[in-house]
Design a protein around this ligand. Sequence first.
Ligand code: MN
Ligand code: MN
Length: 311
Amino acid sequence: MLFLAETFTADLVKLRAIGAYLGLAIGDALGATVEFMTPNEIRTQYREHRDIIGGGWLRLRKGQVTDDTGMSLALGESILSHGGISAHAAADAFSDWMRTKPVDIGHTVRRGISSYRRTGQPYVPESEFDAGNGACMRCLPIALASLGADSANVEAANLLQAHITHNNPISDAGTFCTIRMVQAGLLGGSKKDLKQLADALVKIHPEFAYDRKRCENPSAYIVDTLRAVFQALFATDGLEAALIDCVNRGGDSDTTGAILGMIAGALYGPTVLPARWVRRLDHNIRRQCMLQARELLRLSPLYRAKPNHHT
Ligand code: MN
Ligand code: MN
């Protein structure tokens, strides 16, 4: 990256941030059609599922997104209106989002938000049962707003949002790894760099090992979810192939799609997003994703340190 002119570099980071946010929403919209189906059921019905067509158990409109994108946008909005990452602001935003009667909401998320409404405390106690993927699926605004911060601060920022609903060391580790992979992609890292981050996670938490059996029908357990995401990401050479591989594994496919979409979008940038997917995405969601990508990046330490960067 060093050989690039500074403003040019900033433009590239901005483009990749937009790629990550659109990738998240596209993965969510694409995957939701086959959520909770098995790979066999998907094959029988679609041969290969590769277009944003809505439907699924949630009976979505074409291009409609679910809680993965909805909670990310709520978190991002709270960061922008607060001028930084705040647990209370994020919990209020999640509570407002739940009031809109979202099309889907996870059990752990609902319980955490209800607990915040009752107690006013924006965190739940540590629980071995909170290792679902709900904190990870919405972590992108943290990755963007904390870009350029040192690792410990990025980790602390994530815990503020994660523990509102999910307080679990495995969830924390998987989510932090996802954020680091997104940030590495934003800063021009290669697929190999991202693989090193995944392998470092496996070293500390061996349950994330992804090099053995093919992970099909991944559950909402963060370990299953990320194993499917890592396998799809590292076995392919582009965003479209990775996302199609990922969602055709079925299971919690809107969420594996969302997480893979944000990582691959950061890695490959928005120009590789198939036009048929970008066009199909709900237009209002698309606009919000692009706006938040730019504005969250503008808040980040990386951009604040270099005010000459045009974002
Ligand atoms: Mn969802
Ligand atoms: Mn899901």
